[in-house]
Each structure stands twice: as C-alpha cells, then as structure tokens.
Design a binder for this molecule. Structure first.
Ligand code: FAD
Length: 532
C-alpha cells in the first residue's frame, strides 16, 4: 500500500525495508553494538488481524467523516513508543477505538463531543499519533461504553497570515511539512522541528508542549504560541491575541500541556519568523564528556543563545554517523534572517576551546544563495536524526529493545544525575537482558540547567520483550525522580509517566487540574487516564 502510513510502525509503510535489507542491517547493528539481533520478524498484515467488534457506531450526522475499517482502528490504537511498535508488529490490538472520527470542520468536533458526552463514550484526541507516552492509546477501560479516536488530520490548513505582526492562524491537524509548505510562499517559517516533525501536528505539539530544534532560548512550542482555540464539552475556549499579557494566569498555559484531557485544540495563532538567510555551524570535539558539559554550560550562560548546541557523547555520535573516532561532539549552530553570525560562533568556539574542545574543520558560514556545500558533520547529524525513527522499526523487527527517555535538571545536579542514570540503567539492562548499551546527548540547554536525552538498546528475549523493557524503563524513571530531575522535558506525561508525574506534582496542583477538568469536561470523556 504505497504512500499509506504503517498500521504498526513509524512513518510510511513503503519505507520498511524488505527481509534481505533487514538481515544486512542486522549485521551492521551487530558490528556497532556487539550483540546479535534475531532473525527479522514480519509485521502481521492488517487483513489477518482479529480486532474486537466495535461496541458503538458513529452518529448518522457524522458517519460520512468516520472510519471503522480494521486499518483505521489498528493504526489509531497506539502511539509510537517501543511497546507500541512491538505490540503493533506482533498484531496485538486488544482495545482499538470503536471508530476513528476525521472531522472536516470545527463544527464536527463540537458535534462529536456533544454526542460522546451524551453517550458515555470516551474520546482520545489524535494528531500525528507520535506520542511515546501512551498519550493516544485507546485502552481506556470502564466505565465508558466505547472509545473514539478523534483524528484532526483534515484540519490542516494555514488559514491566515498576519505579515505585519509575524503571526499565522494554523489549524491543529497540520503536520510540520504541511505548515512549512504553506508558510514558505510568504517567506515565513514556524521553525519548530521536533524529531517527529514529518508526522506530528501543531495540535499535538501544543497539547504536549513539544521541544523543537532550537537548543536555547525558544526551545518549546510554548514560545511560539500566541493564542489558542480549544473545543471543550462545555463550550469553546478562545484566548486573546497579545504579544504578551499580564492579565492573570496565562490562559494559553491551561491549554499547553493539557494532553487532550481538557479539550480539542482546533487552531492557534502562532508566532512565525522570516526564513533564516545566514547560518553558521561548527562541530567541536572533546576527549572528555565532562569538559564538553562544562563548555556547554558556559555557552548557555554567555548570552549567545545558539540555535543549535547539542552535545553528543561518543556512542551517540557513532550511532548518528557523526564521528567514529571515540570523541564526544558538540554541534553548534547560529541562524538569522537579519545578520551574519560569525562573531557569535567565534566566541562560542573560543569558550569550547577553553574547555579542551577542538574544531578541526573550523566553523562554516553560509548566507542565502551561497553554494558552499552542506556543513559536513551537522548535515550527517540532521539526516540521521530524521531517519532514526525508520531505523527503530527495523530494530524492533530484529528483536532489539530500543527506547529513549529524556529529562531536565539544574546544572548543580547534572553530574550526579548523569552518573546515576548510566549506572542504574546499565544495571537494569544487565538484569533484564544480560547487557545493553546506553548513550546520551544534551538536546536543550538553559542558563540554569540542561535536558539530557538517553537512548538504550538491548537484546530482547522473544516473547518477554515487554517485561524486559518495563524493567529498564522503571529503573530509568525511578532514578530521574529520585535524583531531582523532571520525569519529562518534552515527551509529555501521557499514561506511561503518570506514576512519576504524581510524585513530582504537588497535590494542590492535582486538585486544581481536577477542578479545571470538572469545569471543561464534566463527564470526564476526554482522554481518560492521561495526566489525572
Ligand atoms: C521518533 C520520535 C521522535 C520524537 N521527537 C520529539 C521531539 O523532538 N520533541 C518532542 O517534543 N517530542 C518528540 N516526540 C514525541 C511526540 O512527537 C510529541 O509529543 C508530539 O508533540 C506529538 O504530536 P502528535 O501530533 O503526534 O500528537 P499525538 O501523538 O497524536 O498526541 C499527543 C497528545 O496530544 C493530544 N492531542 C493531539 N492533538 C490534539 C489536539 N488537537 N487537541 C488536544 N489534544 C491533542 C493527544 O490526545 C495526546 O495526549 C517524538 C516521538 C517520536 C516517535
């Protein structure tokens, strides 16, 4: 089914390599990781799945925009975390949505929520379905009569551009590429590139407070969100368009991070930017990770605010084809639509050099229209970064356990946290899998702290992978929270992180959130089990 999204894994189905190619990739993986993957497994075709019969059917007025086919139901059962990919590959779809609603206009979202509240049917908002925290999973249990996955993909247009204020009104179901393609003719860009950019949507980004490519300053979607519109079972919440407002608690921040539990975001006014014309990039190599971390802290506190400031440990650098020489690599980037960045880059490289960093290829500076070739290391990283999710499909089919987790902590806690995470996750991989490999990169940095992001890979035992993964994941979450780091910097809470979020969150905040939920979603139909 060329061009269709996979019903079980990341991305487009036709990008899943054939058996022979996967065997070859298995051999590369063995050389890189030092442990042998299994014989590639085939995903169960949709036609062979036995899904439970739907318990409810769409209301007649909305039926034309709903889909109860096995493909639609299976592909809306899970997000894209490791357990999702594994269960999808195995063909385990025990609690799919009864149907998928694909509204064509906001009025249909209103009608669907009205119907669901009246029928006692749960509704799970679905953007790109790239959640890695079971945020779109439809196994919501009692007391609901059924569950609908509400897919916003048809609301995908840029509706209005205010070039004077540099803002655009964008529908929530627009994916990263759709937004950029519609803003490009105006010379504008949202410039928000999470790794899931290809498939994730504006509504999903707002609902989860996603983190994009900016490593400093404007790291999250929050910074670009001017005003939001959210349909709730109690009515429509529209916030005002202001560059900033001190009128009470920020209404946008009730919506940002609400993870589909308070309402359905249908559109938002977003702050957009002129497309960058000047770019500078550099790769700085460190023999010791700790010295790279010191350099990053000093750059984060220098007021330079580079767009990219990603420190990859040696394993991460090898995994992403950035270098195989055993060094840790700091990728630095500056970009601007207005002015060249040579001076900022020069100073950042100087700070890194004071901590032992070397920049053998020197910084590369480019302005629009200049053809200097791609910036070698940075380009290799970017390509590997966006291709990685397709590779995970393959690794899962080869029987490997592969997952990522991320966090943030203040600089004073960083060294102890990093050491604790590596030790505890290695020990858990040893217990559960006999061994494994963990790597780290700093994805976002702030004057007061950093957001480390970890990838772990371990050999799975056929049939026991979910239990093995759960033991490692539990160890990772426990160590984060016990060492004073947040349970998530940008992957959200969903159902998966809720036990640790509850340890992090004050009981008073929980009570306030419950009160807000009671006001906006009195029947409690929206995304039950997430956040609350
Ligand atoms: C390979 C990979 C890479 C990733 N990289 C990043 C990254 O770099 N940065 C990052 O922040 N995250 C990342 N993620 C996590 C995920 O992509 C983000 O959480 C993203 O914001 C989810 O967007 P989505 O449109 O796919 O939302 P979904 O996964 O469909 O939904 C996520 C949550 O938001 C709710 N929701 C979705 N749309 C709406 C709406 N319109 N109104 C109300 N609620 C809604 C859902 O109910 C759910 O709780 C990654 C995930 C994967 C699989």
């Amino acid at each position: 089914m060329a061009g269709a999204l996979s019903h079980w894994g990341w991305g487009f189905a036709d990008r899943f390599p054939d058996l022979e190619a996967r065997r070859e990739m298995g051999a590369h993986v063995q050389a890189l990781l030092g442990f042998a993957p299994g014989e590639p497994r085939e995903p169960r075709p949709v036609e062979s799945l036995s899904l439970p019969a739907p318990r409810v059917t769409p209301p007649p007025a909305l039926a034309a925009g709903c889909d109860a086919s096995p493909y639609a139901r299976a592909s809306h059962s899970y997000g894209k975390g490791y357990p999702d990919l594994l269960r999808g590959l195995r063909g385990e779809f025990r609690a799919p949505p009864d149907f998928v609603a694909l509204p064509r206009e906001e009025a249909e979202v209103v009608a669907l929520l009205d119907w669901a509240a009246g029928q006692g049917v749960a509704v799970v908002p679905f953007g790109g379905g790239t959640s890695v925290v079971a945020g779109v999973e439809t196994d919501v249990g009692a007391p609901f009569r059924g569950v609908v996955s509400l897919d916003l993909r048809r609301l995908c247009r840029v509706l209005e551009v205010d070039a004077i204020s540099r803002a655009a009104r964008i529908q929530a179901g627009a994916t990263g590429p759709a937004i950029e393609a519609q803003l490009a003719p105006h010379g504008l860009s949202l410039r928000h590139y999470p790794q899931s950019f290809e498939l994730s949507t504006l509504g999903g980004w707002i609902a989860t407070r996603s983190g994009g490519h900016f490593a400093t300053l404007h790291t999250r979607i929050d910074d670009f969100t001017q005003s939001v519109r959210m349909v709730t079972p109690a009515g429509i919440l529209q916030t005002g368009r202001f560059p900033s407002s001190g009128a009470g608690p920020s209404p946008e921040h009730l919506v940002l991070g609400s993870e589909g539990t308070l309402g359905v975001v249908t559109e938002a006014w977003m702050r957009v930017q002129a497309r960058p014309r000047f770019r500078s990039s550099a790769a700085v190599h460190f023999a010791e990770l700790a010295r790279g971390v010191q350099a990053v802290r000093e750059i984060a506190q220098s007021g330079l605010y580079p767009a990219n400031c990603r420190l990859l440990d040696a394993r991460e650098a090898a995994l992403h084809a950035v270098t195989a020489d055993g060094s840790h690599v700091l990728l630095l980037g500056f970009e601007s639509a207005d002015h060249p960045n040579e001076e900022g880059m020069r100073r950042a490289v100087e700070i890194a050099a004071a901590h032992g960093g070397v920049c053998p290829a020197g910084p590369v500076h480019k302005s629009e229209g200049e053809r200097t070739g791609e910036e070698g290391t940075a380009a290799a990283w970017r390509q590997a970064f966006f291709d990685a999710p397709y590779l995970w499909n393959v690794l899962v089919s080869l029987g490997l356990i592969v997952d990522t987790f991320e966090t943030a902590c203040t600089w004073d806690r960083f060294d102890a946290l990093h050491e604790g995470v590596i030790a505890r996750v290695r020990a858990a991989m040893k217990r559960a899998c006999g061994g494994g490999r963990i790597s780290c990169r700093l994805t976002h940095v702030y004057p007061d702290g950093a957001a480390p992001y970890y990838t772990f890979l371990a050999p799975g035992r056929p049939g026991a992978e979910l239990e093995q993964w759960a033991e490692i994941k539990r160890a990772a979450c426990d160590v984060l929270v016990s060492l004073g780091a947040t349970i998530t910097h940008h992957h959200a809470v969903g159902r998966l992180h809720r036990p640790w979020y509850e340890r992090e969150r004050s009981p008073l905040l929980a009570a306030a959130l419950r009160a807000a939920k009671g006001a906006l979603d009195p029947e409690g139909i929206l995304n039950p089990g997430v956040l609350l």
